[in-house]
Design a protein around this ligand. Structure first.
Ligand code: NAD
Length: 264
């Protein structure tokens, strides 16, 4: 489905990004694996992709740093000739009550989660516009998939910087989807609910924490990274060719106001 469509995934050495990189490779794409820390984990993802018969390259870059991002795209494009799919996935949390939140915590989260997506989107669009549509490969000139969160919608006390970054991603995504549709560039978001990854380990790694988490999940199971990878593979493919500017909530119903399940 994605043969001949090299894909770049940021934060691809852990959690959701790792599963997305492996899932896109399983769909036929060659993969650029971006990481910032833990090179061995990135190399392990590359080896797993090569074992599937696809090509992979590992590139270190801080997505919040303009020159790092530009150098990453230059290296990726010179290696694979072009890029067709970008998954802007890298993200982090720096939690604090609002009256205790430092400017550093605020700037870090906005810098990686929101500015990082802007920088990756901008370089992607430059390449997609330069190359245009290659009909033998895809109906679109490029697919940009932005990793958001249910917290683009659900307020999150104690995590205002994170929720603000994800709300920002939602309007960044919709605005550039509108701007880029005439160029056959599709831009969509994925909003995961609670997914079993290192970012939220404390929410699922004890029976008590898991039970409490399940009060927020009507489908009554935690999400796995592959649940997100399957959605991303579909968004990257021509099966979703008429979809742009949408957020796909992959959350087991977390955004369905579970507190009202018994009538409110
Ligand atoms: P994770 O911590 O396993 O992965 C995050 C990845 O981003 C890591 O590889 C990390 O090294 C990388 N990263 C952090 N800062 C970076 C930087 N400056 N430059 C490049 N890479 C950087 O967590 P995850 O759950 O896999 O998170 C992936 C994305 O999914 C994030 O955007 C997160 O906000 C989002 N998300 C996760 C959940 C969940 O429940 N796990 C829910 C909603 C949204």
């Amino acid at each position: 489905m994605l043969e001949g469509q090299p894909a770049l995934v940021t934060g691809a050495n852990s959690g959701i990004g790792r599963a997305v990189a492996l899932g896109l490779a399983a769909s036929g794409a060659d993969i650029v694996i971006n990481y910032i820390v833990d090179q061995p984990a990135a190399e392990e993802v590359a080896h797993a992709i090569e074992a599937k018969g696809r090509r992979a390259i590992v590139i270190k870059a801080d997505v919040s740093n303009e020159s790092d991002v530009q150098a990453m795209y230059a290296q990726a494009i010179s290696h694979f000739s072009t890029l067709h799919v970008i998954v802007a996935n890298a993200g982090l949390q720096r939690d604090a009550a609002i009256d205790e939140m430092t400017l550093e915590q605020w700037n870090k989260v906005i810098g990686v989660n929101l500015t990082g997506q802007f920088l990756c989107a901008r370089e992607a669009v430059r390449e997609f516009k330069r190359r245009g549509v290659v009909e033998s490969v895809s109906r679109a000139a490029g697919k940009l998939i932005m990793m958001s969160s249910v917290h683009q919608e659900i307020p999150w006390a104690g995590h205002a910087n994170y929720a603000a970054s994800k709300g920002g991603i939602m309007q960044l995504m919709r605005s550039i989807a509108q701007e880029l549709a005439p160029f056959a560039i599709r831009v969509n978001g994925v909003a995961p609910g609670a997914i079993r990854t290192p970012i939220n380990r404390s929410a699922w790694d004890t029976p008590d924490a898991y039970r409490s988490l399940m009060t927020l999940v009507p489908y009554k199971r935690i999400g796995e990274p592959d649940d997100i990878a399957h959605a991303v593979a579909w968004l990257a493919s021509d099966l979703s060719d008429y979809l742009t500017g949408a957020t796909m909530f992959v959350d087991g119903g977390m955004t369905l106001y579970p507190g009202f399940a018994t009538g409110g």
